[in-house]
Design a protein around this ligand. Structure first.
Ligand code: HEM
Length: 147
C-alpha cells in the first residue's frame, strides 16, 4: 500500500501541475515521458486496488478477522473516551481512559485510510474509464482545484 500510494502521488501530482519545472523534470527526465508516467500511475493504481480488495478478505481468512472488524466499528464509547482523553491532557483527570482492543485513535486512523482508498479508487476509476461516466462526474473526479 505504501509503495502504491507513494508512486501514485509522485506520478499524479506532476500530471496535475505540468507547468512546474519540477513536474517536467519528474515526467520527462525521471520517468521518460508522459506515456511512461501515466502507465506507471495506472500500474500503481492496480496495486492499490489489489491491496484494497485483499484487505476486504481478512474477516474470512482468519478466526480473529470478524472479531477485529466488529471491534473496529466506532461506538458511543469512543466519543466518551475522546472527551476523557482531552480532560486527561488538560490535567483535569488523574489518568486517561482504558481502551479495549482498538482505541478511538486507532479506529480514526484505520477508517481515514480505508475511506481515502475508496475515494481515490472511485475517482481514479472514473477518470480512467471516463467514456462510461457523465462529463460532470469526470470533471469533479479530478483531484485538486478544478480547471
Ligand atoms: C493516492 C492515490 C492517488 C493520487 C494521489 C492520485 C493523483 C492523481 C493526480 C494528481 C492526477 C492528475 C490529473 C487530475 O487530477 O486531473 C491523477 C490522474 C489520474 N489518476 Fe490518479 N491518483 C491516485 C490514485 C489513482 C487510482 C487508484 C486510479 C485508478 C483506479 C487513478 C487513476 C488516474 C487516472 C486514470 C488519471 C488521469 C491521468 C492519466 O491518464 O494517467 N489514480 N491522479
Amino acid at each position: 500500500m505504501i509503495v502504491s500510494v507513494v508512486t501514485l502521488i509522485l506520478t499524479g501530482i506532476p500530471l496535475k501541475f505540468p507547468e512546474f519545472d519540477l513536474s517536467k523534470f519528474i515526467i520527462i527526465d525521471v520517468l521518460g515521458g508522459l506515456q511512461n508516467s501515466t502507465l506507471i500511475h495506472r500500474v500503481a493504481a492496480v496495486g492499490l486496488i489489489i491491496v484494497g480488495v485483499w484487505h476486504l478478505g481478512i474477516p474470512f481468512s482468519r478466526s480473529s478477522g470478524w472479531r477485529d472488524f466488529l471491534l473496529m466499528i466506532p461506538r458511543p464509547r469512543d466519543a466518551k473516551d475522546l472527551l476523557q482523553t482531552i480532560s486527561f491532557f488538560l490535567g483535569k483527570r488523574a489518568s486517561g481512559p482504558k481502551f479495549g482492543r482498538f482505541s478511538f485513535i486507532e479506529k480514526f486512523d484505520y477508517w481515514a485510510v480505508y475511506w481515502g482508498m475508496v475515494i481515490m479508487i472511485g475517482s481514479g476509476s472514473i477518470m480512467w474509464f471516463k467514456e462510461y461516466f457523465p462529463k460532470t462526474l469526470v470533471r469533479y473526479s479530478s483531484r485538486g482545484p478544478l480547471r
